[in-house]
Ligand binder design. Structure first.
Ligand code: LLP
Length: 418
């Protein structure tokens, strides 16, 4: 029984699968994804711009489960990798090297060479890495990540453009970029940017795009311009938060793309690289209440949702709506009470939700952490020697499929040499 299941009910998220039945079958905690919702997000972004050479590179750092990567490819998305490991995972999911854009930040020469050998286009984001790339791979194609002077995002830790960021090359260094390109006979295939994460105000994104397009005119014969990701999703749906208006944003972007191509004299490729937008709303993290207690005036629900399973609230004070599911059909009043929801890790910052008004919780209740599909499993760890959870997909027809098994203690001990 759902005590406050408004959001998942409206989406038909579970498609007939009971949360308690899922945790009984696959263990708690558990990441649950909905294929229909995941595909819809892919289609929303793919269809946002009618510009003919518009491509979507899914930034797989948000969620790199291979089943989801495969589905994204079926929907016509390409991929953006941030590490050699991600590139390996994307290739394993069946993408072709030319469908991958490898946006590096401070990587070794070996990682740069890996990409060149695999024929994957690389974006470097410092003069120093451009120099290394040129020394190793003279005559090759490369992209440079620029800082358009504007940053955005939900927290200072995820702002990646503007005055205070380690990312990108500032416009002032363009003469140096050109000098290094010439020195190593490199072809500047494209330029790219990414100004930050969880942008709910399309005008900030557009301002970054306009700056990058201005900068782009300083380079001849680009093949592509990558406008970055950052598209936000509403995390406070229970409070009625509105989604980002992707359609209107897409219309304006298309207009910019057409105007730029016309004046540049070439119909070049435009890309975006959304991470969060693609999997966030298709994921719910289930966990179990194991203890209820009062410490002085403060009430806590102790759960198995520690920050090793889900780090966003601890790292960014991120808000995620919580639903409560009870394994019972009894009809009764559920008074709303204020409670702190904490995990099982040995640190006092181990919160999932602070001072939240929810139906009075009981031991045995299952909680649903909503919008957990992006930067959820991807940022989980084995801290405190806790096994990372399983991942399950609710397929379009409502059947469920295990798409990653829970870690076993054998897995966790396997790399030890003693
Ligand atoms: N492109 C580049 C170069 C990036 O660095 C990122 C994200 C993206 C694209 C995708 O950004 P998105 O569309 O997901 O906003 N762990 C944080 C978010 C970190 C984003 C890092 N870079 C969180 O949970 O809020």
């Amino acid at each position: 029984m759902k005590l406050n299941g408004k959001v998942t009910d409206a989406l038909n998220f579970f498609q007939g699968n009971e949360p308690h039945a899922l945790t009984r079958e696959y263990g708690s905690p558990l990441y649950v994804y909905n294929e229909r919702i995941f595909r819809k997000s892919c289609r929303d972004i793919k269809g946002m711009c009618e510009y003919p050479k518009f491509f979507v590179n899914y930034s797989v750092k948000a969620n790199s489960n291979l089943t989801l990567l495969k589905i994204a490819r079926e929907e016509g998305l390409r991929a953006d990798a941030t590490s050699q490991g991600e590139a390996v995972a994307i290739l394993a999911a069946g993408y072709q090297p030319e469908e991958i854009f490898y946006v590096v930040n401070n990587v070794s020469a070996a990682e740069l060479n890996f990409a060149v050998e695999k024929n994957i286009t690389v974006s470097v984001d410092s003069l120093s890495q451009l120099e290394t790339f040129g020394q190793l791979n003279p005559g090759k194609r490369v992209s440079v990540r620029l800082n358009p002077g504007i940053g955005a995002g939900h927290h200072e830790k995820v702002v990646t453009g503007g005055d205070r960021t380690k990312f990108g090359v500032n416009e002032a260094y363009i003469p140096d970029i050109k000098r290094i390109l010439e020195k190593y006979d490199l072809k500047l295939a494209g330029i790219n940017q990414h100004i930050g994460s969880l942008i709910m105000d399309g005008s900030l994104f557009l301002a970054g795009v306009q700056n990058l397009l201005k900068i782009a005119r300083q380079f001849d014969d680009l093949d592509f311009i990558d406008l970055g990701g950052g598209f936000g999703v509403p995390y406070q749906k229970q409070e009625g938060e509105e989604p980002l208006d992707i359609e209107s944003l897409g219309k304006l972007l298309s207009k910019f793309m057409h105007e730029f191509s016309e004046s540049y004299g070439k119909e070049l490729r435009f890309m975006v690289e959304p991470g969060r937008y693609i999997p966030a709303e298709s994921g719910v993290l289930l966990g179990t209440v194991h203890a209820i207690k009062n410490n002085g005036f403060v009430k806590y629900a102790g759960t198995d949702l520690g920050f090793s399973v889900f780090a966003r609230p601890m790292l960014y004070d991120a808000h995620h709506d919580i639903e409560v599911y009870r394994d019972s059909d009894e009809i009764m009043e559920h008074p709303i009470k204020m409670i702190n929801i904490v995990g099982n890790m040995c640190e006092s910052g181990d919160y999932i939700a602070r001072e939240r008004y929810l139906p009075a919780l009981r031991v045995g209740d299952v909680l649903g952490v909503l919008d957990a599909g992006a930067y959820g499993y991807a940022m989980s760890s084995q801290y405190n020697y806790r096994a990372r959870p399983a991942e399950v997909l609710i397929c379009e027809d409502g059947t469920r499929k295990l798409i990653r098994r829970r870690d076993t203690y054998e897995d966790m001990l396997a790399n030890m040499i003693f």
